[in-house]
Ligand binder design. Structure first.
Ligand code: SF4
Length: 241
């Protein structure tokens, strides 16, 4: 089983606890309007590397001392497009005593994906919008599988960090933020919520790729609005990163 890998980052600090080796897998069925990595979308492209789980582990082990207090995070694209590869790779990481994290939209909810949830140490679940209509407009896909994934993680008591991007004109709305916070608050598996401010730094990539950037007229989120969102989530008892 070979993995189609878009790129590798040896010293990641924003995708889970500690310093982490970050693996970006190729392919994503979502089309988030604010996506920074549209070059990961096409699942048929091989990406920069095509590696077996063993070969990827060998690459990771070169950095083992640096990531001793962190670990490995697999993100994308949408990593659950390649569940068999993930399962084998995470199993090897565990045998080598390396902490594993999976960054996913939860939009692919399959039996093979559930096995990946079972084995990984931490799930970073990207909840794009709690509003079903807005989720569809923002990502191109329905929210149902993401919510089912969250329920599965709750059932398995899997340590989960929810990630949520606050986008002006979309998710930056007090009523919607409160609705989102209220929805997430009862889940005991959620250790932390990471609220990420929308910024438009991905726009240039679209230009380079000759693609239309559909949030062209959206301004980056202000510090005040980010703090406002954080307070709304804190007020329902969620731990905000
Ligand atoms: S899930 Fe991630 S990679 Fe896929 S479109 Fe959304 S932001 Fe981009």
């Amino acid at each position: 089983m070979l993995g189609r890998i878009h790129s590798l980052e040896s010293f990641g600090t924003v995708d889970g606890p500690g310093i982490r080796f970050v693996v970006f897998l190729q392919g994503c069925p979502l089309r988030c309007l604010y996506c920074h990595n549209p070059d990961t979308w096409d699942p048929k492209q091989t990406g920069k590397y095509v590696l077996s789980p063993e070969e990827l582990l060998t690459e990771v082990l070169r950095y083992k001392s640096f990531i001793a207090k962190g670990g490995v995070t697999v993100t994308g694209g949408e990593p659950l497009l390649q569940p068999e590869f993930l399962l084998e790779f995470f199993s090897l990481c565990k045998e080598s005593g390396i902490h594993t994290a999976l960054d996913t939209s939860g939009a692919i909810f399959t039996e093979a994906g559930q096995k990946v949830f079972d084995i990984v140490d931490l799930v970073l679940l990207d909840v794009k919008s709690i509003d079903a209509d807005q989720h569809k407009k923002l990502t191109g896909v329905r929210i149902d599988n993401t919510l089912q994934s969250l329920n599965y993680l709750e059932e398995k008591n899997k340590p989960t960090w929810v990630r949520h991007v606050i986008v002006p004109g979309w998710t930056d709305d007090d009523l919607l933020l409160k609705r989102t916070a209220d929805y997430l608050a009862p889940y005991r598996c959620i250790e932390k919520v990471e609220l990420l401010p929308y910024h438009d730094m991905g726009a240039r990539k679209y230009e380079q790729l000759g693609m239309e950037y559909r949030l062209e007229n959206t301004s980056p989120l202000s510090k005040e609005r980010l703090e406002n969102a954080r307070n709304i989530f804190r007020n329902v008892g969620l731990q905000v990163l």
